[in-house]
Design a binder for this molecule. Sequence first.
Ligand code: NAG
Ligand code: NAG
Ligand code: NAG
Length: 387
Amino acid sequence: MAFIHLDIRYLYTLLICTVFDCTLSSNTEIKVNPPQNFEIVDPGYLGYLYLQWQPPLSMDNFKECKVEYELKYRNIDSENWKTIITKNLHYKDGFDLNKGIEAKIQALLPGQCTNGSEVQSSWSEATYWIPIQGNLETKIQDMDCIYYNWQYLLCSWKPGLSVQFDTNYNLFYWYEGMNHALQCSEYIKANGKNIGCRFPYLESSDYKDFYICVNGSSDSKPIRSSYFIFQLQNLVKPLPPDYLSITVKNSGKINLKWSMPRGPIPVQCLNYEVEFTEDDTTWMTTTVENEMSIMRQSNESQQVCFIVRSKVNIYCSDDGIWSEWSDEKCWTGDMWKKTLIHFIVPIGLISLFILSTTFLLMYKQKALLKMLFDSKKEVFSHQEILC
Ligand SMILES: *[C@@H]1O[C@H](CO)[C@@H](O)[C@H](O)[C@H]1NC(C)=O
Ligand SMILES: *[C@@H]1O[C@H](CO)[C@@H](O)[C@H](O)[C@H]1NC(C)=O
Ligand SMILES: *[C@@H]1O[C@H](CO)[C@@H](O)[C@H](O)[C@H]1NC(C)=O
């Protein structure tokens, strides 16, 4: 195949030269063979593949010349090729193993080696497919991974649509720095089946591709594997902010403040959404600070409340998940205090009155009892004397 390509190129050049009367006759003789033994190697890292090749044959004429390679690769069906120019004999990258991979490579002789323009070889091609087994309906569904507080990674899934009861799934993961892919060590189970995984502490796993494969087994039929590539910093769901405080100044200025629970998320990595309510009006705003000042809409407003939630910001990740909302913090205005006084003072006075009356009554009762008892005792002692 490659030689046919070369021949066609040669004929083509000849044709051009006959038409245009080539004076650079030497140029037509310079050819370069394609790289040899081009292959895609799967080291078992669940999507991280090695593309490797050997130099072209008969490079002796270009000893002083460093040949370059133009490498193109993509997932089959994707629109664009990724293009790499390199002098190395290998290249590594991450791929979506749910699909096939195709790659091609050509050798390039730079212009300074050929006394003219760059010379290209024909392409060497390679493809790679994970052996496909099971139909699509046996794949897990709704894979959901959340990196809680940038600390605890948890993934969960639902079984495939058409699987037998004996089907069970297993999760494997790998990222750069690990010697080999590991199986989940703490599955989340439902009815004895794995439906999720609690990952252990993942050292130096941020800002790199994190590869996951969920495959399965069943006695009745093969199960299709699913592959995922995440960047963990994009899956972070922070804890909700706490220690909310609200101060309302006489000038009408309102200060809102909150803090984040302890954890590994750097403060400069967070932004916040604040939902603010003044009496019946509610509005939202976002900020990267953990406090804000606003003006009261009206001096007559009686209740000012806010809640806040947080998310990792664009300076630290491409994406994130909003935390839960914090508990609500409120400030109640003077009118409310007045109402409070109107209620509490009368209630207090009434309670005091009731209390003192009860005491008085009880005291009186006691005195009465004492009187009775004393008189009885007197009678008794009289009898004693009689005996
Ligand atoms: C390029 O030109 C130089 C000087 O003209 C010559 O010595 C050399 O052999 C040429 N190289 C090739 C590859 O034709
Ligand atoms: C699932 O994937 C792991 C990791 O690639 C592999 O070792 C294991 O044999 C696979 N299991 C099945 C049932 O395909
Ligand atoms: C509220 O009262 C303060 C002080 O009396 C005044 O400066 C401010 O303009 C008032 N604001 C509104 C919205 O009425």
